[in-house]
Design a protein around this ligand. Structure first.
Ligand code: CO
Ligand code: CO
Length: 321
């Protein structure tokens, strides 16, 4: 992002959402009824199994379209793959991606592969939304409830798995969680109407919430005890299974977050870098219980209220035990 700030800003009245707000996807108004929603995401394997990796990478790429309250139309694969690795592995990665695209009713219309030292996979995804109905990070209002739709800890669990410290059951339930599309969560929030949303990925819950609060001109209080955790996360945190990205997220949070009474392990949990995490939704207090019910009835059973939005204060976030 710092590199981007040195480039000239390109503007166009039809570019409804661009670089400035750091939203999940760009939105371009094609007509009064059609807004194009465009995003790209790819990364190296987070799990050993190639099919699962493909599913996770595709779900993660589609997630930015869902976070904007949009519907994916079609996608292009982006692949880096070492020439010396068996092509079957690449086949499995792509099959995983196709399975999720199919579930999302999103076509895969092509793609591009390059020779690379380390495999990488992801997608550029094009979606649509009615202009003006896109859900951004900047609409959060004091009094709103904050809802999170997936438990935290995928960074910690995948780090522990790489060190051989995880049970196969925990690995497979975490894979299933990361491979779960945010489509139903998105549908529920669009139906009821919400003020702001984003998906929780590499900057962790705290990083993505900070950016939502900054863009909205508000602050938030988060209750640690209400934030859902993947089973076994706390044990792996105390064993030191902390990814570098999560540590960096915590280090960069001190200016913006009031961590009084929250210990370092708890900070690392809330800052854990997520892969294909859930949606973070800011919704009117009056609608929050109904939305939680809708989410639970539509396969997002982990969804809970984790805090609320306040008037802007010195800190963007205050965490209470
Ligand atoms: Co995102
Ligand atoms: Co993204």
């Amino acid at each position: 992002m710092q590199v981007l700030s040195k480039l000239p800003v390109m503007t166009d009245p039809n570019l409804l959402v661009g670089l400035e707000t750091g939203d999940d996807a760009a939105v371009y108004k094609l007509s009064e009824d059609i807004g194009l929603v465009f995003t790209v995401d790819f990364f190296p394997p987070v799990v050993d199994d190639p099919f699962s990796f493909g599913q996770i990478a595709a779900s993660n790429a589609l997630s930015d379209v869902y976070a904007m309250g949009a519907r994916p139309l079609f996608a292009l694969n982006i692949v880096g793959f070492p020439a010396e690795l068996p092509k079957d592995i690449l086949g499995e990665i792509l099959k995983g991606g196709y399975s999720k695209a199919q579930e999302a009713k999103c076509l895969i219309a092509g793609g591009h592969t390059i020779d690379d030292k380390e495999p990488k996979y992801g997608m550029a995804v094009l979606g649509i939304v009615k202009p003006g109905e896109e859900v951004t990070k900047s609409g959060s209002k004091p009094g709103d409830k904050l809802i999170l739709t997936k438990p935290l800890g995928t960074g910690i669990i995948t780090t522990a798995a790489k060190q051989g410290q995880c049970s196969p059951e925990l690995i497979s339930s975490t894979i299933e969680l990361m491979a779960t599309l945010n489509s139903n969560a998105s549908k529920c929030m669009v139906e009821i109407g919400v003020n702001a949303a984003t998906d929780v990925t590499g900057f962790g819950l705290i990083g993505h919430l900070c950016s939502m609060m900054k863009e909205s001109g508000t602050s938030a209080t988060i209750q640690l005890s209400s934030v859902p955790a993947i089973e076994g996360v706390w044990k792996h945190i105390s064993d030191g299974m902390i990814p570098g990205g999560s540590r960096r997220n915590a280090e960069s949070s001190y200016q913006r977050v009031d961590w009084t009474n929250i210990n370092l392990e708890q900070q690392l949990f809330l800052c854990d870098a997520q892969t294909s995490g859930g949606l973070l939704i800011s919704v009117d207090k009056e609608k929050s219980d109904t939305l939680i019910n809708d989410l639970h009835n539509n396969g997002c059973e982990h969804s809970v209220i984790i805090g609320e939005v306040k008037n802007h204060t010195d800190h963007l976030i205050k965490v209470v035990p």
